[in-house]
Ligand binder design. Structure first.
Ligand code: NAP
Length: 247
């Protein structure tokens, strides 16, 4: 699964699953453009770890929910790397609560980052991929986008939307040699899930047939496969990485 001389854009690549994706793709030879929005020190740390693998790495501040910012960042990455081959839409947020107490703003912000952000990055890379007639898009959805989850109406709606977007883009670009797939992680150990109470973590683990949480690397391995030529005849697919949680 060599990715030598390929360039991958990884949104939310500064920590968690995104950082693991950068490390995995780089271990196969890919150059990495990290997109982040929060803490620059996390982006610097990810850049240092990935650079140690001997590939080119840069990081870019960009709020993916902002269409013009996404347009600018794709332009800058294209100039810096001379193009790109892989787009991993991993940036995501949660704002959990029951619908009863969910603020309108919490619904909008989750949809704007998770779903609109994925659209913004696809829209701004679409023509380039079409002209190149080759490329791999991998979107990070979630098992709750398939099954729903109490307390996550905003998040599960955004991830269900990501799955619909994935399949539509897969159908549009299939004839151009560009694949678009998604992974749907279950319960993965990152900052996003660190905030859950021990009680919630235990009850979630009990519901997982494999009886353990996943690691960011478990998700990165599936993404690296979908981003490689080994997955050339797979498009519009959603691979669950969840220890059997959503069977
Ligand atoms: P995380 O540790 O909280 O990392 C989220 C990443 O997204 C960070 O790099 C963050 O950048 C970036 N980000 C957030 N908002 C952004 C924006 N507006 N523009 C650009 N980047 C933004 O989360 P994670 O657990 O690794 O999650 C990664 C993806 O997996 C998300 O899409 C999430 O929904 C999905 N997922 C996670 C789980 C899980 O159990 N952890 C399960 C299913 C799906 P900064 O650091 O700069 O803020």
């Amino acid at each position: 699964m060599s990715l030598k001389d390929k360039t991958a854009i990884v949104t939310g690549g500064s920590r968690g699953i995104g950082e693991a994706v950068g490390l995995k793709l780089a271990s196969q030879g890919a150059n990495i453009a990290i997109v982040y929005v929060g803490d620059e020190s996390e982006a610097i740390s990810a850049k240092e770890k990935i650079s140690a693998l001997g590939v080119k790495v840069e990081y870019y501040f960009c709020d993916v929910s902002d269409f013009s910012a996404a347009q600018e960042v794709v332009k800058k990455i294209t100039e810096d790397f001379g193009g790109f081959d892989i787009l991993v839409n991993n940036a995501g947020i949660t704002r959990d609560s029951l619908v009863l107490s969910m603020k309108e703003q919490d619904f909008d912000s989750v949809i704007n980052v998770n779903l609109k952000g994925t659209f913004n990055m696809i829209k701004n890379t679409y023509s380039y991929f079409m002209r190149k007639r080759k490329g791999k898009i991998v979107n990070v959805a979630s098992v709750v986008g398939i099954n729903g989850n109490a307390g996550q109406a905003n998040y599960s709606s955004s991830k269900a939307g990501v799955i619909g977007l994935t399949k539509s883009v897969a159908k549009e670009l299939a004839g151009r040699g560009v694949t678009c797939n998604a992974v749907a992680p279950g319960f993965i150990e990152t900052d996003m899930t660190k905030v859950l109470s021990d009680k919630v973590k235990e009850s979630m683990e009990t519901a997982i047939p494999m009886k353990k949480r996943g690691k960011p690397e478990d998700v990165a391995n599936a993404i690296a496969f979908l981003a490689s030529d080994d997955a050339s005849y797979i498009t519009g697919e959603v691979i669950k990485v969840d220890g059997g949680m959503a069977m």
